[in-house]
Design a protein around this ligand. Structure first.
Ligand SMILES: [Zn+2]
Length: 285
C-alpha cells in the first residue's frame, strides 16, 4: 500500500499505487510531472544496473545477507546518510523546539560537488519532507534505501529506542519501501536497521522482503556531535577501498555533519578514494 500522506503532501510523487515499484519511469524527472503512457516495462533501470534488477535485491524467503563493506579493491567508498524520524522527533518539530531534521547544507554540498551518495530514509522522514525527498530522488547520483518506517528498535536493547513488536517488523519495512518507491529515482533493496541493531529474529522477519541489510564499516559517530573534528577523524581513520561510511542527514540530531563533510571529502581525495553509489561500492552494479 502506498502512503496516502506522501500522495497528499504536495506535488504528486512519480508513481501511482498500481505501478509503485522499483524501476524508473521513462523520463521521470525532478518536476514529478506524469509522463505520457510509454513503455515502462522495457525501460532500463537506474544506470549501471542490469535491466530488471534492483541493487540489493535478494531472493525473497531467504534470510537477508548483512553487509559491512564492498570488495577491498579499487578506490570506491560509499557515503551513506541516514534520515531518522521518530514520533519523539516529530513532536520536537511540532512544538517548535527543533527547526529541522533535514540538513539541506549536506544536500547542497553533494549537489554542488556532484558527489554520489546513498540515503537510508525512514518513512516518517519522507512524509515530513516530501519536497526534500523529491530532490534526492531527482539526483541521478543519489540512491535511495530503507531505514524503517518510524526508527523503532528491532532488538530488545538498542540505544533506548522504543521497540517494535516482532509481528510488525515485516510490514513496517515493506511499508517503507512503498513510501520511498513513490518518489522514483534510483530505488534499491538496501536496508539499514536503526542503530544497526539486529538479531536472528529481526533478520528472519525481513526474509520475505528480498533485501540486503547494510551496516557499514566506518561509523562516523555524528549523532549529537559537538564538533566536526571527531566526526572527520572517525570517518577517515578506518576508511579503505570498499568502505561504507555511516553519516546522518538529520541536522538537529547530527548538527556537525555538514561542517565535517567538506573535510571528509578532502580526506578521501587525499587518500585516493572516490565516493560512489552504494551499489557500485558493493559490486552490485
Ligand atoms: Zn538511524
Amino acid at each position: 500500500m502506498i502512503a496516502a500522506a506522501a500522495l497528499l503532501a504536495g506535488p504528486a510523487p512519480l508513481r501511482t499505487p498500481a505501478n509503485a515499484g522499483i524501476l524508473r519511469l521513462p523520463d521521470a524527472g525532478p518536476a514529478a510531472t506524469p509522463t505520457a503512457p510509454g513503455r515502462p516495462a522495457t525501460q532500463p533501470g537506474p544506470a549501471r544496473t542490469p535491466a530488471g534488477t534492483v541493487p540489493g535485491a535478494t531472493p525473497p524467503g531467504t534470510r537477508p545477507p548483512v553487509v559491512d563493506h564492498g570488495p577491498r579493491t579499487g578506490n570506491k567508498v560509499a557515503l551513506t546518510f541516514d534520515a531518522d524520524m521518530t514520533d519523539a522527533m516529530r513532536y520536537q518539530l511540532r512544538s517548535g523546539a527543533v527547526r529541522s531534521y533535514a540538513n539541506l547544507k549536506i544536500i547542497d554540498l553533494l549537489e554542488r560537488e556532484q558527489v554520489p551518495a546513498t540515503f537510508f530514509l525512514t518513512g516518517k522522514w519522507v512524509e515530513q519532507y516530501p519536497a526534500v525527498t523529491r530532490r534526492l530522488a531527482a539526483n541521478p547520483r543519489f540512491e535511495l534505501a530503507n531505514h524503517t518506517y518510524g526508527h523503532l528498535a528491532f532488538t530488545p536493547d538498542c540505544y533506548g529506542l522504543p521497540r517494535i513488536a516482532e509481528r510488525e517488523m515485516t510490514a513496517d519495512v515493506a511499508r517503507t519501501f512503498d513510501v520511498v518507491a513513490a518518489y522514483g529515482g534510483r530505488q534499491t533493496r538496501y536496508f539499514r536497521f536503526p542503530g544497526l541493531c539486529h538479531d536472528r529474529k529481526a533478520l528472519a522477519a525481513l526474509a520475505p522482503l528480498g533485501l540486503t541489510v547494510v551496516d557499514g564499516d566506518v561509523v562516523s559517530g555524528d549523532p549529537f556531535a559537538k564538533s566536526w573534528r571527531p566526526v572527520v577523524r572517525a570517518a577517515l581513520d578506518g576508511v579503505r577501498p570498499g568502505s561504507v561510511i555511516v553519516l546522518h542527514v538529520t541536522e538537529a540530531n547530527a548538527p556537525m555533519t555538514d561542517e565535517a563533510l567538506p573535510h571528509i571529502l578532502a580526506g578521501l581525495a587525499e587518500r585516493g578514494l572516490e565516493p560512489a553509489p552504494l551499489s557500485e561500492v558493493l559490486g552490485a552494479g
